[in-house]
Design a protein around this ligand. Structure first.
Ligand code: MV4
Length: 446
Protein backbone atom coordinates (compact mmCIF):
# COMPACT_ATOMS: atom_id res chain seq x y z
CA UNK A 1 0.00 0.00 0.00
CA UNK A 2 1.06 3.59 -0.61
CA UNK A 3 2.47 5.67 2.29
CA UNK A 4 1.52 8.98 0.73
CA UNK A 5 -1.05 9.98 -1.91
CA UNK A 6 -1.45 13.32 -3.66
CA UNK A 7 -5.06 14.36 -4.28
CA UNK A 8 -5.23 16.24 -7.59
CA UNK A 9 -8.62 17.83 -7.05
CA UNK A 10 -10.60 20.22 -4.84
CA UNK A 11 -14.05 20.57 -3.31
CA UNK A 12 -16.18 17.78 -1.93
CA UNK A 13 -14.40 15.00 -3.86
CA UNK A 14 -10.96 15.98 -2.53
CA UNK A 15 -12.46 15.80 0.98
CA UNK A 16 -14.00 12.40 0.18
CA UNK A 17 -10.68 11.01 -1.11
CA UNK A 18 -8.77 12.44 1.86
CA UNK A 19 -11.10 10.50 4.17
CA UNK A 20 -10.52 7.20 2.37
CA UNK A 21 -6.73 7.71 2.41
CA UNK A 22 -6.53 8.58 6.09
CA UNK A 23 -8.70 5.57 6.99
CA UNK A 24 -6.19 3.39 5.08
CA UNK A 25 -3.31 4.93 7.05
CA UNK A 26 -2.12 6.83 4.00
CA UNK A 27 -0.70 10.31 4.51
CA UNK A 28 -2.29 12.91 2.17
CA UNK A 29 -1.04 15.82 0.09
CA UNK A 30 -3.56 18.43 -1.02
CA UNK A 31 -2.81 20.66 -3.99
CA UNK A 32 -4.54 23.99 -4.39
CA UNK A 33 -4.74 27.23 -6.32
CA UNK A 34 -4.27 30.65 -4.70
CA UNK A 35 -8.06 31.07 -4.27
CA UNK A 36 -8.29 27.74 -2.44
CA UNK A 37 -5.86 28.45 0.43
CA UNK A 38 -8.81 28.48 2.84
CA UNK A 39 -10.54 25.45 1.30
CA UNK A 40 -11.59 22.48 3.41
CA UNK A 41 -9.55 19.97 1.38
CA UNK A 42 -6.39 21.92 2.22
CA UNK A 43 -7.28 22.15 5.90
CA UNK A 44 -7.86 18.43 6.43
CA UNK A 45 -4.94 17.07 4.37
CA UNK A 46 -1.70 16.15 6.12
CA UNK A 47 0.28 18.44 3.80
CA UNK A 48 -0.52 20.92 1.06
CA UNK A 49 1.19 22.52 -1.92
CA UNK A 50 0.03 25.67 -3.71
CA UNK A 51 0.58 24.77 -7.34
CA UNK A 52 -0.49 27.94 -9.13
CA UNK A 53 -2.95 30.77 -9.77
CA UNK A 54 -6.73 30.41 -9.89
CA UNK A 55 -7.50 29.51 -13.53
CA UNK A 56 -7.74 25.71 -13.78
CA UNK A 57 -5.21 25.43 -16.60
CA UNK A 58 -2.65 27.09 -14.30
CA UNK A 59 -3.48 24.93 -11.28
CA UNK A 60 -5.70 21.82 -11.19
CA UNK A 61 -4.98 21.00 -14.85
CA UNK A 62 -1.25 21.73 -14.62
CA UNK A 63 0.22 18.24 -14.99
CA UNK A 64 3.85 19.35 -14.65
CA UNK A 65 3.17 21.27 -11.44
CA UNK A 66 1.33 18.25 -10.01
CA UNK A 67 4.21 15.89 -10.81
CA UNK A 68 6.64 18.38 -9.23
CA UNK A 69 4.43 18.43 -6.11
CA UNK A 70 4.69 14.61 -5.95
CA UNK A 71 8.47 14.82 -6.17
CA UNK A 72 8.74 17.55 -3.51
CA UNK A 73 6.45 15.73 -1.05
CA UNK A 74 7.40 12.13 -1.85
CA UNK A 75 3.85 11.12 -2.81
CA UNK A 76 3.85 7.75 -4.60
CA UNK A 77 0.43 7.96 -6.20
CA UNK A 78 -2.07 10.52 -7.48
CA UNK A 79 -5.83 10.33 -7.05
CA UNK A 80 -7.39 12.54 -9.77
CA UNK A 81 -11.01 12.51 -8.46
CA UNK A 82 -13.51 13.37 -11.22
CA UNK A 83 -13.24 16.08 -13.87
CA UNK A 84 -9.86 17.86 -14.24
CA UNK A 85 -7.20 15.25 -15.19
CA UNK A 86 -9.21 12.16 -14.23
CA UNK A 87 -9.75 10.97 -17.82
CA UNK A 88 -6.59 12.41 -19.33
CA UNK A 89 -4.66 9.46 -20.79
CA UNK A 90 -1.48 11.45 -21.34
CA UNK A 91 -1.46 12.56 -17.69
CA UNK A 92 -1.85 8.92 -16.58
CA UNK A 93 0.98 8.02 -18.98
CA UNK A 94 3.19 10.83 -17.62
CA UNK A 95 2.71 9.49 -14.09
CA UNK A 96 3.54 5.95 -15.25
CA UNK A 97 6.72 7.32 -16.87
CA UNK A 98 7.65 9.03 -13.58
CA UNK A 99 7.11 5.76 -11.64
CA UNK A 100 4.10 7.32 -9.93
CA UNK A 101 0.79 5.43 -9.70
CA UNK A 102 -2.29 6.93 -11.30
CA UNK A 103 -5.21 5.84 -9.12
CA UNK A 104 -7.41 4.82 -12.00
CA UNK A 105 -7.29 2.51 -15.00
CA UNK A 106 -4.30 1.96 -17.26
CA UNK A 107 -3.67 4.85 -19.65
CA UNK A 108 -4.46 2.74 -22.76
CA UNK A 109 -7.95 2.00 -21.42
CA UNK A 110 -8.58 5.69 -20.68
CA UNK A 111 -7.53 6.47 -24.23
CA UNK A 112 -9.68 3.72 -25.78
CA UNK A 113 -12.81 4.81 -23.91
CA UNK A 114 -12.08 8.50 -24.52
CA UNK A 115 -12.76 8.04 -28.24
CA UNK A 116 -16.55 7.57 -28.28
CA UNK A 117 -16.71 5.82 -31.68
CA UNK A 118 -13.83 3.53 -30.77
CA UNK A 119 -15.43 2.77 -27.37
CA UNK A 120 -18.70 1.82 -29.05
CA UNK A 121 -16.90 -0.49 -31.52
CA UNK A 122 -14.96 -2.21 -28.75
CA UNK A 123 -18.04 -2.72 -26.59
CA UNK A 124 -20.04 -4.01 -29.54
CA UNK A 125 -17.24 -6.53 -30.24
CA UNK A 126 -17.42 -7.63 -26.60
CA UNK A 127 -21.15 -8.29 -26.89
CA UNK A 128 -22.43 -5.10 -25.21
CA UNK A 129 -25.66 -3.85 -26.83
CA UNK A 130 -25.15 -0.55 -28.68
CA UNK A 131 -27.45 1.87 -30.50
CA UNK A 132 -27.89 0.85 -34.16
CA UNK A 133 -25.85 3.27 -36.27
CA UNK A 134 -23.25 3.97 -38.93
CA UNK A 135 -20.08 2.01 -38.35
CA UNK A 136 -17.86 5.00 -37.65
CA UNK A 137 -17.97 8.33 -39.49
CA UNK A 138 -20.09 8.92 -42.57
CA UNK A 139 -18.03 9.78 -45.67
CA UNK A 140 -20.47 12.06 -47.46
CA UNK A 141 -24.15 12.88 -47.95
CA UNK A 142 -24.91 9.69 -49.91
CA UNK A 143 -23.26 7.59 -47.22
CA UNK A 144 -25.27 9.46 -44.55
CA UNK A 145 -28.55 8.88 -46.42
CA UNK A 146 -27.82 5.18 -46.94
CA UNK A 147 -26.91 4.76 -43.28
CA UNK A 148 -30.04 6.57 -42.14
CA UNK A 149 -32.32 4.51 -44.39
CA UNK A 150 -30.77 1.30 -43.04
CA UNK A 151 -31.14 2.50 -39.41
CA UNK A 152 -34.58 4.03 -39.99
CA UNK A 153 -35.63 7.62 -39.23
CA UNK A 154 -35.58 9.46 -36.87
CA UNK A 155 -31.81 9.42 -36.55
CA UNK A 156 -29.37 11.44 -34.47
CA UNK A 157 -26.37 13.06 -36.14
CA UNK A 158 -23.48 13.19 -33.70
CA UNK A 159 -20.20 15.08 -34.05
CA UNK A 160 -17.42 12.55 -33.39
CA UNK A 161 -15.45 15.10 -31.41
CA UNK A 162 -18.52 16.30 -29.48
CA UNK A 163 -19.55 15.23 -26.02
CA UNK A 164 -21.69 16.16 -23.07
CA UNK A 165 -24.67 16.51 -25.38
CA UNK A 166 -23.03 19.13 -27.63
CA UNK A 167 -22.84 18.64 -31.38
CA UNK A 168 -25.97 16.51 -31.83
CA UNK A 169 -29.03 17.01 -34.07
CA UNK A 170 -32.15 14.90 -34.60
CA UNK A 171 -33.38 14.51 -38.18
CA UNK A 172 -36.73 12.98 -39.11
CA UNK A 173 -36.38 12.38 -42.84
CA UNK A 174 -34.07 12.54 -45.87
CA UNK A 175 -34.89 16.18 -46.61
CA UNK A 176 -34.01 17.29 -43.07
CA UNK A 177 -30.85 15.20 -43.21
CA UNK A 178 -29.64 16.95 -46.38
CA UNK A 179 -30.28 20.34 -44.77
CA UNK A 180 -28.84 19.55 -41.33
CA UNK A 181 -25.69 17.57 -42.22
CA UNK A 182 -23.67 20.52 -43.63
CA UNK A 183 -24.82 22.78 -40.75
CA UNK A 184 -23.70 20.29 -38.09
CA UNK A 185 -20.42 19.66 -39.96
CA UNK A 186 -19.71 23.42 -39.95
CA UNK A 187 -20.56 23.72 -36.24
CA UNK A 188 -18.44 20.68 -35.38
CA UNK A 189 -15.50 22.16 -37.27
CA UNK A 190 -15.70 25.51 -35.48
CA UNK A 191 -16.44 24.08 -31.97
CA UNK A 192 -14.23 20.99 -31.95
CA UNK A 193 -11.85 21.53 -34.90
CA UNK A 194 -13.08 18.29 -36.49
CA UNK A 195 -16.07 17.90 -38.83
CA UNK A 196 -16.45 14.11 -38.57
CA UNK A 197 -20.07 12.99 -38.08
CA UNK A 198 -21.60 9.62 -37.26
CA UNK A 199 -25.23 8.57 -37.17
CA UNK A 200 -27.35 6.64 -34.66
CA UNK A 201 -30.96 5.64 -34.31
CA UNK A 202 -32.58 8.39 -32.22
CA UNK A 203 -33.82 6.92 -28.95
CA UNK A 204 -36.76 9.14 -27.96
CA UNK A 205 -37.22 9.94 -24.23
CA UNK A 206 -34.99 7.19 -22.82
CA UNK A 207 -33.75 6.79 -19.27
CA UNK A 208 -30.07 7.07 -18.33
CA UNK A 209 -29.02 3.92 -16.49
CA UNK A 210 -25.40 3.22 -15.60
CA UNK A 211 -23.61 0.17 -14.26
CA UNK A 212 -20.78 0.47 -11.71
CA UNK A 213 -17.89 -1.97 -12.05
CA UNK A 214 -14.68 -2.56 -10.14
CA UNK A 215 -11.77 -4.73 -11.26
CA UNK A 216 -8.50 -5.75 -9.65
CA UNK A 217 -5.26 -7.15 -11.07
CA UNK A 218 -6.01 -10.66 -9.73
CA UNK A 219 -8.76 -11.60 -12.17
CA UNK A 220 -11.72 -10.23 -10.20
CA UNK A 221 -14.31 -8.31 -12.22
CA UNK A 222 -17.34 -7.26 -10.19
CA UNK A 223 -20.40 -5.09 -10.71
CA UNK A 224 -22.07 -3.00 -8.03
CA UNK A 225 -25.50 -2.83 -9.64
CA UNK A 226 -26.91 0.21 -11.40
CA UNK A 227 -27.81 3.86 -10.89
CA UNK A 228 -30.62 5.80 -12.54
CA UNK A 229 -29.41 9.29 -13.49
CA UNK A 230 -32.35 10.39 -15.64
CA UNK A 231 -33.23 13.51 -13.63
CA UNK A 232 -30.96 16.00 -15.39
CA UNK A 233 -30.96 19.46 -16.94
CA UNK A 234 -28.65 20.49 -19.80
CA UNK A 235 -26.54 17.37 -19.35
CA UNK A 236 -26.03 18.11 -15.65
CA UNK A 237 -27.37 15.41 -13.38
CA UNK A 238 -29.56 16.79 -10.60
CA UNK A 239 -30.84 13.70 -8.75
CA UNK A 240 -29.54 10.14 -8.99
CA UNK A 241 -30.94 7.01 -7.41
CA UNK A 242 -30.17 3.33 -6.93
CA UNK A 243 -31.56 0.94 -7.72
CA UNK A 244 -33.35 2.01 -10.90
CA UNK A 245 -37.12 1.79 -10.39
CA UNK A 246 -39.40 -0.35 -12.57
CA UNK A 247 -36.87 -2.51 -14.46
CA UNK A 248 -37.00 -6.28 -13.90
CA UNK A 249 -34.18 -8.00 -12.00
CA UNK A 250 -33.82 -10.46 -14.83
CA UNK A 251 -33.14 -7.69 -17.36
CA UNK A 252 -30.67 -6.02 -15.00
CA UNK A 253 -28.79 -9.26 -14.22
CA UNK A 254 -28.33 -9.97 -17.94
CA UNK A 255 -26.86 -6.48 -18.38
CA UNK A 256 -24.50 -6.88 -15.40
CA UNK A 257 -23.18 -10.17 -16.82
CA UNK A 258 -22.52 -8.51 -20.16
CA UNK A 259 -20.70 -5.59 -18.48
CA UNK A 260 -18.52 -7.77 -16.26
CA UNK A 261 -17.71 -10.01 -19.20
CA UNK A 262 -16.63 -7.00 -21.30
CA UNK A 263 -14.39 -5.78 -18.47
CA UNK A 264 -12.76 -9.20 -18.24
CA UNK A 265 -12.13 -9.27 -21.99
CA UNK A 266 -10.58 -5.78 -21.78
CA UNK A 267 -8.50 -6.66 -18.73
CA UNK A 268 -9.82 -3.47 -17.16
CA UNK A 269 -8.43 -2.27 -13.82
CA UNK A 270 -10.09 -0.02 -11.25
CA UNK A 271 -13.50 1.66 -11.09
CA UNK A 272 -15.56 2.14 -14.20
CA UNK A 273 -19.09 3.09 -15.21
CA UNK A 274 -20.85 1.87 -18.32
CA UNK A 275 -23.57 4.33 -19.35
CA UNK A 276 -26.69 3.12 -21.11
CA UNK A 277 -29.83 4.55 -22.62
CA UNK A 278 -32.90 2.48 -21.68
CA UNK A 279 -36.00 2.75 -23.86
CA UNK A 280 -38.27 0.67 -21.64
CA UNK A 281 -37.19 -2.56 -23.32
CA UNK A 282 -33.53 -2.53 -24.32
CA UNK A 283 -30.29 -1.08 -22.98
CA UNK A 284 -27.98 0.69 -25.42
CA UNK A 285 -24.36 1.42 -24.49
CA UNK A 286 -23.47 5.13 -24.75
CA UNK A 287 -20.05 5.54 -23.20
CA UNK A 288 -17.78 4.34 -20.44
CA UNK A 289 -16.44 6.61 -17.71
CA UNK A 290 -13.02 5.47 -16.55
CA UNK A 291 -13.10 7.33 -13.24
CA UNK A 292 -14.75 7.72 -9.87
CA UNK A 293 -18.11 9.44 -10.44
CA UNK A 294 -19.89 12.25 -8.60
CA UNK A 295 -22.80 9.94 -7.76
CA UNK A 296 -20.69 7.04 -6.41
CA UNK A 297 -22.03 7.51 -2.83
CA UNK A 298 -25.50 6.15 -3.67
CA UNK A 299 -23.84 2.88 -4.65
CA UNK A 300 -21.76 2.97 -1.47
CA UNK A 301 -24.83 3.52 0.70
CA UNK A 302 -26.73 0.77 -1.07
CA UNK A 303 -23.98 -1.89 -1.11
CA UNK A 304 -21.92 -0.79 1.93
CA UNK A 305 -18.77 -1.05 -0.22
CA UNK A 306 -16.36 1.89 0.15
CA UNK A 307 -15.64 2.49 -3.54
CA UNK A 308 -12.83 4.98 -3.01
CA UNK A 309 -11.08 2.69 -0.53
CA UNK A 310 -11.34 -0.22 -2.99
CA UNK A 311 -10.20 1.98 -5.86
CA UNK A 312 -7.03 2.88 -3.96
CA UNK A 313 -6.50 -0.74 -2.91
CA UNK A 314 -6.78 -2.18 -6.43
CA UNK A 315 -4.50 0.56 -7.81
CA UNK A 316 -1.83 -0.50 -5.30
CA UNK A 317 -2.15 -4.12 -6.47
CA UNK A 318 -4.44 -5.51 -3.77
CA UNK A 319 -7.37 -7.85 -4.30
CA UNK A 320 -10.96 -6.59 -3.95
CA UNK A 321 -11.94 -7.46 -0.36
CA UNK A 322 -15.25 -9.03 -1.33
CA UNK A 323 -16.89 -11.22 -3.95
CA UNK A 324 -19.91 -10.82 -6.21
CA UNK A 325 -22.12 -13.03 -3.97
CA UNK A 326 -21.41 -10.75 -1.01
CA UNK A 327 -22.44 -7.55 -2.77
CA UNK A 328 -26.09 -7.24 -1.81
CA UNK A 329 -27.97 -3.99 -2.34
CA UNK A 330 -30.20 -3.08 0.59
CA UNK A 331 -33.06 -0.55 0.44
CA UNK A 332 -33.03 2.51 -1.79
CA UNK A 333 -30.60 5.40 -2.08
CA UNK A 334 -31.03 8.92 -3.51
CA UNK A 335 -28.52 11.72 -4.13
CA UNK A 336 -29.45 15.40 -4.48
CA UNK A 337 -26.72 17.60 -5.97
CA UNK A 338 -26.84 20.88 -4.10
CA UNK A 339 -25.49 23.62 -6.36
CA UNK A 340 -24.77 27.29 -5.71
CA UNK A 341 -27.12 28.72 -8.32
CA UNK A 342 -29.86 31.23 -8.92
CA UNK A 343 -33.25 29.47 -8.71
CA UNK A 344 -34.68 31.42 -11.66
CA UNK A 345 -31.87 31.59 -14.24
CA UNK A 346 -29.67 28.75 -12.88
CA UNK A 347 -26.54 30.95 -13.12
CA UNK A 348 -23.81 30.04 -10.59
CA UNK A 349 -24.05 31.95 -7.31
CA UNK A 350 -20.89 32.98 -5.49
CA UNK A 351 -20.09 34.68 -2.19
CA UNK A 352 -19.69 34.06 1.50
CA UNK A 353 -21.58 31.32 3.32
CA UNK A 354 -22.83 33.17 6.40
CA UNK A 355 -24.33 30.15 8.09
CA UNK A 356 -24.15 26.43 7.40
CA UNK A 357 -25.89 23.69 9.29
CA UNK A 358 -25.94 20.11 7.95
CA UNK A 359 -28.83 17.68 8.27
CA UNK A 360 -28.25 14.51 10.27
CA UNK A 361 -29.94 11.38 11.53
CA UNK A 362 -30.48 7.83 10.40
CA UNK A 363 -29.66 7.10 6.74
CA UNK A 364 -28.19 10.56 6.00
CA UNK A 365 -24.82 11.40 4.44
CA UNK A 366 -23.71 14.86 3.34
CA UNK A 367 -20.54 15.05 1.23
CA UNK A 368 -19.36 18.65 1.16
CA UNK A 369 -16.45 21.03 1.67
CA UNK A 370 -18.34 24.13 2.80
CA UNK A 371 -18.34 25.68 6.28
CA UNK A 372 -19.75 28.81 7.91
CA UNK A 373 -17.62 31.75 6.78
CA UNK A 374 -16.31 30.03 3.61
CA UNK A 375 -16.33 32.16 0.46
CA UNK A 376 -17.34 30.22 -2.67
CA UNK A 377 -15.00 31.29 -5.49
CA UNK A 378 -16.28 31.78 -9.06
CA UNK A 379 -13.44 29.91 -10.76
CA UNK A 380 -14.70 26.36 -10.26
CA UNK A 381 -17.68 24.01 -10.40
CA UNK A 382 -20.73 25.22 -8.46
CA UNK A 383 -21.44 21.90 -6.71
CA UNK A 384 -21.59 22.72 -2.98
CA UNK A 385 -22.73 19.48 -1.42
CA UNK A 386 -24.26 16.11 -2.14
CA UNK A 387 -27.07 14.96 0.09
CA UNK A 388 -27.23 11.17 0.01
CA UNK A 389 -29.99 9.33 1.81
CA UNK A 390 -30.96 5.69 2.12
CA UNK A 391 -34.28 4.31 3.18
CA UNK A 392 -35.92 0.94 3.46
CA UNK A 393 -37.93 1.63 0.33
CA UNK A 394 -37.92 4.27 -2.41
CA UNK A 395 -40.81 6.10 -0.73
CA UNK A 396 -38.95 6.11 2.55
CA UNK A 397 -35.80 7.49 0.88
CA UNK A 398 -37.84 10.27 -0.77
CA UNK A 399 -39.43 11.27 2.55
CA UNK A 400 -36.06 11.18 4.25
CA UNK A 401 -34.50 13.36 1.52
CA UNK A 402 -37.25 15.98 1.88
CA UNK A 403 -36.88 15.92 5.67
CA UNK A 404 -33.10 16.46 5.29
CA UNK A 405 -33.54 19.29 2.79
CA UNK A 406 -35.84 20.98 5.31
CA UNK A 407 -33.16 20.71 8.01
CA UNK A 408 -30.16 21.92 6.02
CA UNK A 409 -29.21 25.60 6.34
CA UNK A 410 -27.00 27.30 3.75
CA UNK A 411 -27.31 31.10 4.14
CA UNK A 412 -25.55 33.85 2.20
CA UNK A 413 -25.64 32.32 -1.29
CA UNK A 414 -28.38 30.98 -3.53
CA UNK A 415 -28.89 27.23 -3.92
CA UNK A 416 -31.16 24.74 -5.69
CA UNK A 417 -32.48 23.22 -2.42
CA UNK A 418 -36.05 24.38 -3.17
CA UNK A 419 -35.87 22.77 -6.64
CA UNK A 420 -34.94 19.46 -5.03
CA UNK A 421 -37.92 19.64 -2.66
CA UNK A 422 -40.24 20.30 -5.61
CA UNK A 423 -38.87 17.39 -7.63
CA UNK A 424 -39.05 14.98 -4.70
CA UNK A 425 -42.67 16.02 -4.01
CA UNK A 426 -43.75 15.68 -7.65
CA UNK A 427 -46.28 12.99 -8.47
CA UNK A 428 -44.51 11.78 -11.64
CA UNK A 429 -41.12 11.63 -9.94
CA UNK A 430 -42.67 9.77 -7.02
CA UNK A 431 -44.19 7.20 -9.35
CA UNK A 432 -40.63 6.43 -10.59
CA UNK A 433 -38.84 5.91 -13.90
CA UNK A 434 -38.95 9.39 -15.46
CA UNK A 435 -37.03 9.98 -18.74
CA UNK A 436 -34.00 12.21 -19.41
CA UNK A 437 -36.17 15.01 -20.82
CA UNK A 438 -38.65 14.98 -17.89
CA UNK A 439 -37.01 17.66 -15.71
CA UNK A 440 -36.53 20.20 -18.52
CA UNK A 441 -40.10 19.69 -19.76
CA UNK A 442 -41.59 20.08 -16.27
CA UNK A 443 -39.25 22.48 -14.45
CA UNK A 444 -41.55 25.52 -14.97
CA UNK A 445 -44.57 23.90 -13.30
CA UNK A 446 -43.17 21.57 -10.67
C1 MV4 B 1 -28.38 9.81 -27.49
C2 MV4 B 1 -29.71 10.17 -27.17
C3 MV4 B 1 -30.72 9.56 -27.89
N1 MV4 B 1 -30.44 8.69 -28.90
N2 MV4 B 1 -28.15 8.93 -28.49
C4 MV4 B 1 -26.23 13.00 -24.67
C5 MV4 B 1 -24.84 13.06 -24.20
C6 MV4 B 1 -24.11 12.01 -24.92
N3 MV4 B 1 -23.20 11.35 -24.07
C7 MV4 B 1 -25.14 11.08 -25.44
N4 MV4 B 1 -26.40 11.76 -25.32
C8 MV4 B 1 -27.53 11.26 -25.87
N5 MV4 B 1 -27.34 10.32 -26.87
C9 MV4 B 1 -29.17 8.39 -29.16
N6 MV4 B 1 -28.90 7.55 -30.17
C10 MV4 B 1 -29.91 11.08 -26.13
C11 MV4 B 1 -28.82 11.64 -25.48
C12 MV4 B 1 -29.09 12.59 -24.44
C13 MV4 B 1 -28.87 12.28 -23.08
C14 MV4 B 1 -28.38 11.05 -22.66
C15 MV4 B 1 -28.16 10.78 -21.33
C16 MV4 B 1 -28.45 11.73 -20.37
C17 MV4 B 1 -28.95 12.94 -20.75
C18 MV4 B 1 -29.15 13.24 -22.10
C19 MV4 B 1 -29.67 14.49 -22.45
C20 MV4 B 1 -29.87 14.78 -23.77
C21 MV4 B 1 -29.57 13.84 -24.76
Amino acid sequence: MFDKVLIANRGEIAVRINRACQELGISTVAIHSEADTQSMHVRIADESVCIGPNPVNKSYLNAHAIISACEITGAQAVHPGYGFLSENASFAKMLEDHKLTFIGPKSNHIEMMGDKIEAKKIMKDYGVPTVPGSEGNVKNETDAINSSLTIGFPVLLKASAGGGGRGMKVVNNEKELKKTLPILKQEALSFFGNDSIYIEKFIDSPRHIEVQVICDSHGNYLHLHERDCSVQRRNQKVIEEALAPDISDEKKQKLFEICVNAMEKMGYLGLGTLEFLFDGEEFYFMEMNTRLQVEHPITEMLTRVDLVREQICVASGDKIFTSQENIKPLGHSIECRINAENPINFKPSVGKILMYHPPAGNGIRLDTFIYSGYTVPHYYDNLLAKLIVTGRTRNHAIKRAIRSLNEIVIDGIETNIELHKKILSNKEFKSGGVAINWLESNIKNL
